[in-house]
Design a protein around this ligand. Structure first.
Ligand SMILES: *Cc1c(COP(=O)(O)O)cnc(C)c1O
Length: 377
């Protein structure tokens, strides 16, 4: 979408009144990304990771759109997210809690029909106790640590788990899973190591379906797919493999309004701390988003925004609610009070901003603030 179109964007009834930033979430592109991954994964099923509010894009809208693409397996990180999402999804959609449950949440989880991922013998015992108390068989997923040392049954707990499974008929294991630590790097040795460990686990726990691949894992090939993949970032347009051309379609665009413009002579201090001193006469614009809106402070004197395809470098520090940019490259008067500049869009991708901010697309997406007018297309 051209910025000049955005300048005269009609105010829809859904518009958040007074917003100065416009976050557009393209649900059609999200659906195409899902179908692309699903066709690479078939006959394996394609789930969706919608933790952290679907990486900041709105879990209910995103999950609803993916349900329409016949996604039925939704993964959140924390039980509180499942509580919010459960009423928004049809009953035949399953919600899995990747972190599993904290003690005390078991009964509520069972009653909501949410499925915990059990990561340890402690979580196993609590869930099994809840099943005994409710006099029901409860569903669960088992996660094994294959080398990330973050979540999942460690090797030392596997024998005891196997024994518990033998007599724990009150917990039904839907599938087993593990998570790849370096799947975004096809060259990493860790991928093969984790795959080998996963096949040892499959031998020790025979007869269970396996869920393995995240976004990067989808692109590592069949050996990493299991029967149910759990992509996240690739659905939202982030690059699944670092340093390679991004095969996914962008889903998010962000345009922010200009609050003020000015001309300053050479030698003028700009922004907090006077950290930038102009080396020549400069035309500046201040735009209405800052680090409170998820534009990292480290973009100061590094990042840029765009207007009609022209790069406008950030000048000085990023403030909480605003950023100042150099608009000297534009014809005078091209950009004025109320104009919109592109932060994410056709000229600047999520990966571009992440690189300038020395971080990853995940952190940029999940940081996008709630002062933007969010429009779903
Ligand atoms: C976050 C997460 C995913 C999704 O990872 P992406 O890299 O975003 O595809 C999959 N599985 C687990 C266990 C996760 O924590």
């Amino acid at each position: 979408m051209d910025s000049d179109i955005l300048v005269s964007r009609p105010r829809a009834a859904t518009t958040m009144q007074g917003a100065t930033g416009y976050l557009t979430i393209d649900l059609a592109a999200l659906g195409r990304n899902y179908r692309k991954l699903a066709s690479m994964l078939a006959p394996a099923r394609t789930g969706a990771v919608v933790k952290a509010d679907a990486y900041g894009l709105g879990a209910e809208r995103v999950a609803g759109a993916l349900y329409d693409q016949s996604c039925r397996h939704f993964f959140v990180a924390q039980f509180v997210e499942a509580v919010r999402l459960r009423p928004a999804l049809a009953r035949d959609a399953q919600i899995f809690v990747l972190n599993g449950l904290q003690p005390g949440n078991e009964i509520a989880c069972a009653e909501m029909g949410v499925v915990p991922v059990l990561n340890s013998l402690d979580q196993w015992r609590q869930w099994s106790a809840a099943a005994r108390m409710l006099k029901r068989c409860l569903p669960a997923v088992l996660q094994f640590d294959t080398g990330m040392s973050r979540l999942g049954f460690p090797r030392e707990e596997r024998a005891e788990l196997a024994a518990a499974l033998g007599d724990g008929a009150n917990v039904e294991i839907l599938f087993i899973m593990s998570h790849l630590a370096s799947a975004d790097d096809a060259e990493s040795e860790q991928n093969g190591e984790q795959r080998a460990e996963m096949s040892r686990i499959a031998d020790e726990f025979p007869g269970f379906d396996i869920s393995f691949a995240n976004s990067g894992g989808v692109f590592l090939g069949d050996a990493y797919h299991g029967v149910l993949a759990r992509p996240g970032i690739a659905l939202y347009g982030g690059a699944p493999s670092a340093g390679e051309e991004n095969p996914m379609e962008p889903v998010v665009s962000l345009d922010v309004a200009v609050v003020q413009t000015r001309i300053v002579p050479s030698g003028t201090k700009v922004g907090y701390g006077g950290a930038h001193v102009t080396q020549r006469e400069m035309r500046l614009a201040t735009i209405a988003a800052g680090y409170a809106d998820g534009l990292p402070r480290c973009l100061g004197d590094r990042g840029a925004v765009y207007f009609k395809g022209i790069r406008l470098p950030i000048v000085g520090r990023v403030s909480m609610d605003s950023i100042t940019v150099d608009i000297s490259a534009l014809p005078e008067g091209a950009l004025t009070f109320g104009s919109l500049v592109e932060v994410l869009g056709r000229h600047q991708t999520l990966e571009d901003v992440a690189r300038d901010a020395d971080t990853i697309s995940y952190e940029i997406l999940t940081g996008l603030g709630d002062r933007y007018d969010r429009q779903y297309r």
